[in-house]
Write a protein that binds this ligand. Structure first.
Ligand SMILES: Nc1nc2c(c(=O)[nH]1)N[C@H]1C(S)=C(S)[C@@H](COP(=O)(O)OP(=O)(O)OC[C@H]3O[C@@H](n4cnc5c(N)ncnc54)[C@H](O)[C@@H]3O)O[C@H]1N2
Ligand code: MOO
Length: 403
């Protein structure tokens, strides 16, 4: 297998032939973070009628500057009657504009005396009016297929009276932690053992990327157990993810097991951290009898970075969500110096948004075993292979605070 594949090559290989999962119905109260399987068209104009943007008085603009009798009181949720010229109506924010009125004056600008009110001069037509259909026109596309249902999108759906939408099924993930040394929190720690950081970290990221982790297992460092558990995982999941056991030592059984059961598409990337990352396919329950396999290196930082670079776009492809295909990128000034070798380095940085631009501060220890370099990281600064960076140089940063 060729040496050190570029990240972009690996990403194309991973996404090649991946189609969105089936659509299913979801109640909007339970659809937060889901992805629309089809476009939603507006049924209603929003707002559905001309209404007032202020508490005040509705009038015809030609009657500005005069004392006007106050004829009706229009609260939000109540209907308005026609307004004769030379009169005004008391109106409240959200109240329906009466036929005959074409503007609203806020009450702070009005002098009231008994049943009449004096309007200021020169009130423009349309002032403080929210016209029917200003936000949404009935029949227009409200949300495109592939939209992720965030707070604003859910509010927009509710504004149409919609209670259910068609969304993509959540990808089902099996997450296997390999290594005889790995112990779950809650168990006593023996000599040479460490607690499993990768499982909760990756479960959290996968849920954030819209997936369900349906199976987790600890895989001992032996070939038969690795094969057996990989085979079992491929039957229940759309994607099987392992951590550890993909490097070159004789205790690394994952690649061999993938080759024995299915096929290895790619191994060893020009990626730091994450060089031994492996991609492949297993026979299983996925589309056309194939389940995708992603073997993340065991070092927690390699898993963390690998999840953002590979698992997020893969979940995006399964969810039919183009926005998840790449991370938002921004340019920042490096507050650090570094040099890279043959691998592209994804340095964990915090970003300072100052008056004179954005500054990227790298965590001091960028070793792939140092998970504290991911805690509080805002972005990954991408340093190309064989490059050097001096303080003040522009660096491209991938924003990690995105959904
Ligand atoms: N001779 C070579 N050795 C190594 C190479 C190499 O090219 N030649 N590559 C190194 C690189 S780079 C990486 S990255 C690691 C990845 O190796 P594996 O994917 O086989 O991972 P393991 O050896 O199983 O584990 C690595 C490290 O991470 C710890 N680990 C594993 N799982 C977890 C977990 N769930 N939670 C917390 N920590 C975990 C594990 O104990 C090891 O310390 O290989 C290098 N070696
Ligand atoms: O590629 Mo490894 O994650 O550098 O240590």
């Amino acid at each position: 297998m060729a040496d050190l594949q570029p990240v972009e090559t690996a990403l194309s290989a991973l996404l090649e032939g991946v189609a969105p999962l089936e659509a299913e119905r979801a109640a909007i109260d339970a659809a937060s973070g889901r992805v629309l399987a089809e476009a939603v068209n507006a049924r209603l104009d929003v707002p559905p009628f001309d209404n007032s943007a202020m508490d005040g008085y509705a009038l015809h603009h030609a009657d500005a500057g005069r004392w006007l009798p106050v004829r009706q009181r229009i609260a939000a949720g109540h209907t308005a009657e026609a307004l004769e010229r030379g009169h005004c109506a008391r109106i409240f924010t959200g109240g329906e504009i009466p036929p005959g009125a074409d503007c609203v004056v806020m009450q702070e600008k009005v002098e009231v005396e008994g049943e009449r009110a004096r309007m200021p001069k020169d009130v423009p037509e349309g002032d403080n009016l929210r016209r029917r259909g200003r936000d949404v026109a009935a029949g227009s596309v409200l949300l495109d297929a592939g939209s992720r249902l965030d707070a604003a999108a859910l509010g927009h759906l509710a504004g149409q009276g919609i209670t259910e939408v068609m969304v993509r099924r959540r990808p089902r993930i099996a997450l296997l932690s390999t290594g005889d040394e790995i112990v779950d929190p809650g168990q006593p720690l023996g000599p040479g053992q460490i607690y499993n950081s990768n499982r909760p970290m990756l479960t959290t990221l996968l849920q954030r990327f819209g997936a369900d982790v349906v199976m987790t297992a600890a895989v001992p460092d032996d070939a038969p157990s690795t094969r057996h558990l990989l085979g079992e995982a491929a039957e229940v999941a759309d994607v099987v993810i392992t951590t550890g056991g993909v490097s070159v030592g004789e205790e690394d059984h994952v690649r061999g097991a993938v080759e024995a059961l299915g096929r290895l598409d790619l191994w060893r990337l020009a990626l730091r951290p994450g060089k031994p990352l492996a991609l492949g396919r297993l026979p299983g329950s996925g589309a056309s009898g194939e389940t995708r396999f992603v073997g993340l290196p065991g070092n927690p930082v390699s898993g963390y970075v690998g999840a953002w670079l590979f698992l997020r776009p893969l979940m995006g492809a399964l969810l039919g969500c183009p926005a998840m295909g790449s991370l938002p990128a921004l340019s920042a000034r490096a507050a650090f110096a570094t040099r890279t070798g043959p691998r592209q380095h994804y340095m964990r940085v915090t970003l300072d948004f100052g008056a004179d631009g954005i500054e990227a501060h790298a965590f001091a220890d960028q070793n792939s075993g140092v998970l504290s370099s991911c805690v509080g990281a805002d972005a990954l600064a991408v340093i190309p292979p064989e490059a050097s960076v001096a303080p003040g140089d522009a660096v491209r940063c991938l924003w990690l605070r995105a959904d």
